[in-house]
Structures are given as C-alpha cells and as structure tokens.
Write a protein that binds this ligand. Structure first.
Ligand code: FES
Ligand code: FES
Length: 178
C-alpha cells in the first residue's frame, strides 16, 4: 500500500493534479511541488503566520494543513496579488508605507490583509491592529503595516464610492480611524 494520494489542487485559479504523501503539508506542496515560493515558512508550527494563504477566502496557516485537506478548496497565494500591470494595490501600499524591511513576513501579512479586508472592507484602526497581531514581524514594527492596510482600505473604499452609491467623503459613511 502506498501513502501517496492523487489530488487536484486549485491554486490561484489554476488546477494542479499531483501525487503527494498523505502527510505532506500544504506549504511544502506550494513551495516545492508547485514552485510558488512566495509563501514563506518560518516556525512550521502555526505561530508566525509567514505561511499564510487564503483558503476559500479566509487566511489559513499553510504549515498546519495537509495538502490533501486542501483538495476541493480555492487556494490563493501571494503570487495572485499582482496583476498584468504590476503590483496589486495592497502590495503598493506596503511599499509606499515602508511596511517591510527584510520582507520575510510580508507574503503572510499581505494574504492576511487580503482576507481581512475582503471580510471587513471598512475596518477601524483597532480592528486592523487586532488582525495584524496574528502574524509576527521581527524587524519592521507593526505601525507601518497597520498604516498600509488602512491606506489600502481607504483607497478601495474611495474607488468603490461611486459604484457602491456612497462617498468616502460623506461623514455618515466614515468610521473612526483615530
Ligand atoms: Fe506557518 Fe509559522 S510557518 S505559522
Ligand atoms: Fe522582516 Fe517582517 S519585514 S520580519
């Protein structure tokens, strides 16, 4: 009997069929088998968040999940954020706000923020802080990361203003960002 299983993973909208050991983690499959090395590995036991990806839209630790558990789910990695014109809006905000130094934690923070903003497009500063506290950064400090996520939320809200039928300049639509 073999412990290898044939699975199909959907990653960044593409389907991949692969034979994998039952206990191989999702992060190892992403990095070593699919060569999506943007997802980083730090602690390998669910603490640092460097391996954060989106699973069905929600942030998840890819080091704590077996690849076989991801079959049938939609996986998004940091490679999905950039578009044909270059960096995505969240990546640009991290750059503009100097929200990274060594960059090791950055893919995890980006995917954490992507999932968080999809769930909460108008977060307060406090809510961003709380969300960001689930991942570890050892060299930038959290202030600029929180700034970048807040700036991205603001930009998306402004871009959506006309479409969503409300204005970001309307005080009635504003929530506290103090
Ligand atoms: Fe997964 Fe640290 S490598 S949480
Ligand atoms: Fe270095 Fe976060 S930028 S650990």
């Amino acid at each position: 009997m073999t412990d290898r299983l044939l699975i199909t993973l959907t990653v960044n909208g593409e389907e991949h069929e692969l034979l994998t050991p039952a206990r191989r983690t999702l992060v190892d499959v992403l990095r070593h088998d699919l060569r999506l090395t943007g997802t980083h590995v730090g602690c390998e036991h669910g603490v640092c968040g460097a391996c954060t990806v989106l699973v069905d839209g929600s942030p998840a630790r890819a080091c704590l999940m077996f690849a076989v558990q991801a079959e049938g789910r939609e996986i998004r990695t940091v490679e999905s954020l950039a578009g044909p014109d270059g960096l995505g809006d969240l990546q640009r905000k991290f750059s503009e706000h100097h929200a990274l130094q060594c960059g090791f934690c950055t893919p995890g923070f980006l995917m954490l923020a992507e999932g968080f903003l999809a769930d909460n497009p108008e977060p307060t500063r406090e809510e961003i802080r709380e969300a960001a506290s689930s991942n570890l950064c050892r060299c930038t400090g959290y202030q600029t990361i929180v700034d970048a996520i807040g700036a991205c939320a603001d930009e998306r809200r402004e871009a959506c203003g006309a479409v969503c039928g409300r204005s970001a300049d309307n005080p009635a639509d504003e929530r506290s960002r103090a």
